[in-house]
Design a protein around this ligand. Structure first.
Ligand SMILES: Nc1ncnc2c1ncn2[C@@H]1O[C@H](COP(=O)(O)OP(=O)(O)OP(=O)(O)O)[C@@H](O)[C@H]1O
Ligand SMILES: [Mg+2]
Length: 365
């Protein structure tokens, strides 16, 4: 991987808050890289350090061939020397300027020639799928188009990397989904690496090549979306990404590829061998709604459907199993009535140490 952005041992403190705590990552050519985490975990601060809008306390930042931040050599280049393009949530387009002038602005500031500005803006509009709309005022555009103009301004100077901080959060749900795809297409077209900040896990899972999940200033896991989802490195990641049910269980037999568990109500079940098996007789089973199979004929763990809701692409259930009400995702073709006695089987799950939920940072695998 050719590294385009490299962040090493980055730290930034505001008074008593360690906003960024020993953060390390490297972004490759063409890579869509996301920082994902709850509000206040340090995503924006990390991005602002990369952009040069904030000076870190320690660590180094390299963009392209250049070291842009290194306190040891007193290097701290201002944003306009870092070859970056930025779009922030609040970074609206200038309402009094035509689309053309909004995108041309950074080029005019650099005193580029009229011809080269016109060529570049035309190219950017083409990339954005907005060719021919240069003469419009922002008020004559949809929300999604306005956001694309902001993106166009970031693309105008042919940056080495695009830094995007929750750029879609002002859009409504439908438009946000559409813009996700468009952003990916724009990235394909330009070949630019993207450092993307979001607290929206669906967005991060859908768009990223790799995700760094942050919590209280540090990265808990840096991996592909599927690894983050299927093999979370810490309890925090497991809980933050997707939905998960927890069931206390007794490990009856863990010797083969299919292990046997006894649940709190005495029922026995099997589970494909998870990557981590705690060194205890008691454990906590963590299982996603879609990894629980419902058998309407009642084969498997005996359970009862408490609630069912049709959500279009699936049926979602609350199913009572002993003392636990499980969230289960079922086939959209098959609606099971509330009150039905069903059987459950576990297709996949993770085992945690029995007190994992009392230790919020414990490792899950
Ligand atoms: N300029 C500042 N002065 C003081 N504290 C700050 C400043 N900027 C950020 N912080 C604190 O640093 C921590 C990280 O903030 P940051 O904005 O990076 O979080 P975030 O992950 O982007 O959150 P959100 O999802 O809400 O945007 C928070 O506790 C925040 O209150
Ligand atoms: Mg933020």
């Amino acid at each position: 991987m050719t590294v385009v952005v490299e962040v090493t041992d980055l730290c930034k403190r505001f008074g008593k808050v360690q906003a960024v705590d020993q953060v390390n990552f490297a972004i490759g050519e063409n890579e869509f890289f996301s920082l994902l985490g709850p509000s206040g975990c340090g995503k924006t601060t990390t991005l602002r350090c990369v952009a040069g809008l904030e000076s870190a306390d320690s660590g180094t930042i390299r963009i392209g061939e250049r070291t842009v931040f290194d306190p040891k050599t007193r290097t701290d280049l201002p944003p306009n020397y870092r070859a970056i393009g930025m779009v922030f949530q609040s970074y609206a387009v200038w309402p009094h300027m035509k689309v053309f002038d909004n995108i041309a602005y950074p080029l005019k500031v650099r005193r580029q020639s009229r011809t080269s500005i016109e060529q570049r803006v035309a190219r950017v509009l083409e990339i954005l799928g907005m060719a021919g709309l240069g003469h419009r005022m922002p008020s004559q555009l949809s929300g999604g188009q306005q956001q694309r103009v902001a993106l166009g301004r970031a693309l105008a100077l042919e940056p080495t990397v695009l830094l995007l901080d929750e750029p879609l959060s002002n859009l409504d749900a439908k438009l946000r989904e559409q813009m996700r795809a468009e952003l990916k297409l724009i990235q394909k077209e330009t070949g630019l690496p993207i450092l993307y900040v979001t607290h929206d896990q669906t967005e991060a899972l859908a768009m990223s090549d790799r995700i760094a999940v942050m919590c209280e200033g540090s990265i808990h896991q840096l991996a592909s979306p599927s690894t983050i989802y299927r093999r979370p490195a810490t309890q925090f990641v497991l809980d933050f990404i997707g939905t998960v049910n927890y069931l206390p269980c007794h490990l009856a037999d863990t010797r083969s590829d299919t292990i046997r568990l006894i649940l709190a109500d005495g029922q026995q079940c099997s589970l494909p061998r998870p990557p981590f098996i705690p060194d205890t007789t008691e454990a906590l089973l963590a299982i996603r709604p879609e990894d629980i199979a419902i058998d309407p004929t009642g084969e498997g763990l005996s359970a009862n459907v408490e609630l069912g809701s049709f959500i279009g692409h699936a049926n979602e259930y609350r199913i009572r199993l002993g003392a636990t009400s499980l969230r289960v995702s079922g086939d959209k073709q098959l609606a099971i009535a509330e009150g039905t006695q069903v059987g459950l089987k576990f297709r996949d799950g993770l085992l945690l140490e029995p007190d994992a939920l009392q230790r919020p940072m414990a490792r899950a695998s």
